[in-house]
Design a protein around this ligand. Structure first.
Ligand SMILES: Cc1cc2nc3c(=O)[nH]c(=O)nc-3n(C[C@H](O)[C@H](O)[C@H](O)COP(=O)(O)OP(=O)(O)OC[C@H]3O[C@@H](n4cnc5c(N)ncnc54)[C@H](O)[C@@H]3O)c2cc1C
Length: 341
């Protein structure tokens, strides 16, 4: 177990704002995690779990307690048959390294989620997704430390309450479970078209034979698309999509379509539709605009880049200006995707 004191959380998060944490404890095993958790509890210190910090906004006050960073590693094959392979990965593994390894084995199911920053352990928290796949599609179960019972538990897919960028871990059970391992079942069959629009277009433009496309080709395509659309947080601090794509009643979608025929609308379930948040922001002419040191990214309006924000208050003020503009024009309230500490 490695313990550091008085650490700037801006250095551990990709948005690069926020104050200091009293203690940062890196744990490499379940036993260390349980010990670190109980030590901090006995000291009466608040506890927060941190992965790669790519989906977290930290307030200027920082955190007067212990940040526990999960560094539990390892990738194990539990079952390998003709059609599928079931794999368990430690929560501390880097998500994209895991994807790369699975693609290297020609396993399909997570290849369009290539390039998503962060750890395997955080992936279930917001049910990560991109280009037509989400974690829940291949998810089997996870192992977690249950802070209520002081024991380790297995949660199956149906226990996790997965929805669009949501799960019990950021909803009704927030703070209760600390994920140590995630198990997925991946497919040995080649990926089946049709693919997500942007991906399909990208492959067609490069004259890739879509019917016989490999997982590796899809991974390469996704990485290329992402590198053109998403700023690298090490160069331009950001937290990826800053807003969720709003899901609105079908009727509102139809009304908006009548006024703005070019609005992209994706069906959700027959009574609701999803509208890209980036399109709404861009349609308010906010692309490239800077508010309080926070820039609406030129390439992708759903991403906010911290150019020179002095702290959380600047980010909050920028967020308000953007969400107010969108509400005034479309009567839609944008919801923030990254969590806050
Ligand atoms: C440039 C960029 C692009 C992105 N693209 C996408 C995308 O395409 N799709 C997408 O879904 N997301 C995307 N994201 C968001 C982010 O990468 C994901 O949400 C990722 O899963 C966060 O992982 P992390 O380890 O950084 O989590 P952190 O930011 O460290 O933590 C996020 C939350 O999960 C909790 N948590 C972390 N680890 C654990 C654990 N082991 N047990 C319990 N709780 C835990 C934390 O307490 C926190 O509440 C992007 C972010 C960036 C910066």
């Amino acid at each position: 177990m490695n313990i550091q004191t008085n650490i700037a959380l801006s250095t551990l998060t990709t948005m690069k704002i926020g104050g200091n944490a009293d203690r940062v404890v890196n744990v490499t095993s379940e036993e260390e995690l349980q010990r670190a958790y109980n030590n901090s509890k006995e000291l009466g210190q608040p506890i927060y779990i941190l992965g790669g910090g790519s989906n977290l906004i930290v307030h200027d006050e920082g955190f007067a307690g212990a940040i526990i960073r999960i560094k539990i590693m390892g990738i194990d094959i539990l079952d390998d048959n003709q059609e599928t392979a079931t794999i368990t990965a430690g929560a501390g593994e880097t998500w994209d390294v895991f994807v790369q390894q699975m693609v290297g084995r020609n396993l399909s199911g997570i290849e369009t989620m290539s390039g998503i920053p962060g750890t395997v352990g955080a992936a279930p928290v917001q049910n990560i997704g991109a280009y037509g796949q989400e974690l829940a599609d291949t998810f089997v179960s996870l192992r977690a430390y249950d802070t209520q019972s002081d024991d380790f538990v297995i949660l199956k897919k149906e226990d996790c309450g997965f929805a669009y960028r949501h799960s019990i871990f950021r909803g009704e059970q927030v703070g209760r479970y600390i994920i140590t391992h995630v198990t997925l079942t991946l497919n040995k069959k080649p990926p089946v078209p049709p693919f997500y629009d942007a991906l399909q277009q990208h492959l067609s433009q490069r004259q890739v034979n879509i019917a016989g496309v490999t997982v590796q080709k899809i991974r390469d395509a996704v990485i290329e698309i992402r590198s053109n659309k998403l700023p690298d947080p090490s160069q331009l601090p950001n937290a990826g999509s800053f807003f969720k794509n709003p899901i609105v009643p079908l009727q509102l979608g139809e009304t908006l379509k009548a006024t703005y025929p070019e609005i992209p609308i994706y069906p959700v379930d027959g009574i609701r539709v999803k509208i890209p948040a980036g399109w709404l922001i861009q349609s308010c002419d906010l692309k490239g605009r800077v508010f309080h040191g926070v820039k609406v990214h030129d390439g992708n309006a759903v991403v906010l880049v911290n150019e020179s924000a002095q702290g959380y208050a600047d980010l909050a003020a920028a967020r308000k200006e953007i969400t107010d503009c969108v509400y005034r024009k479309f009567k839609i309230t944008l919801e923030q995707e990254p969590l806050e500490l």
